[in-house]
Design a protein around this ligand. Structure first.
Ligand SMILES: [Zn+2]
Length: 106
């Protein structure tokens, strides 16, 4: 899923995937009344993986952090997650994968 598909904007708000209205996160679009609960739940899961990744990094467990970083990338998109995945790969001393990730970064 791409960042655009996740509906996140730079200001921490979201953009409705149906009509494009920008708004604060909510379960329903203010403009078209589209049900946004699944998108919101997906964003929560995505953010939870990011936080878990950072927590494991702070604990010195890059292997566990990498698993969460990859889940985060699958949900948030490669562009958003690439720096976190790259740091995890470097801390796991997987130089080849870190180089490949850097070369192929969006
Ligand atoms: Zn809408």
């Amino acid at each position: 899923m791409t960042e655009l598909a996740m509906g996140r904007t730079a200001e921490g708000q979201m953009r409705c995937p149906t009509c494009g209205a920008q708004q604060a996160w909510s379960d329903e679009c203010r403009r078209c009344r589209c049900d946004l609960t699944l998108l919101r739940e997906c964003r929560r899961t995505c953010d939870a993986h990011r936080r878990q990744c950072l927590r494991h990094l702070a604990q010195g467990r890059p292997d566990r952090a990498l698993r969460h970083a990859r889940h985060y990338a699958a949900l948030a998109g490669a562009a958003e997650a690439a720096p976190l995945v790259g740091v995890c790969l470097l801390l796991c001393q997987d130089w080849r994968a870190a180089l490949a990730a850097a070369v192929n970064a969006p």
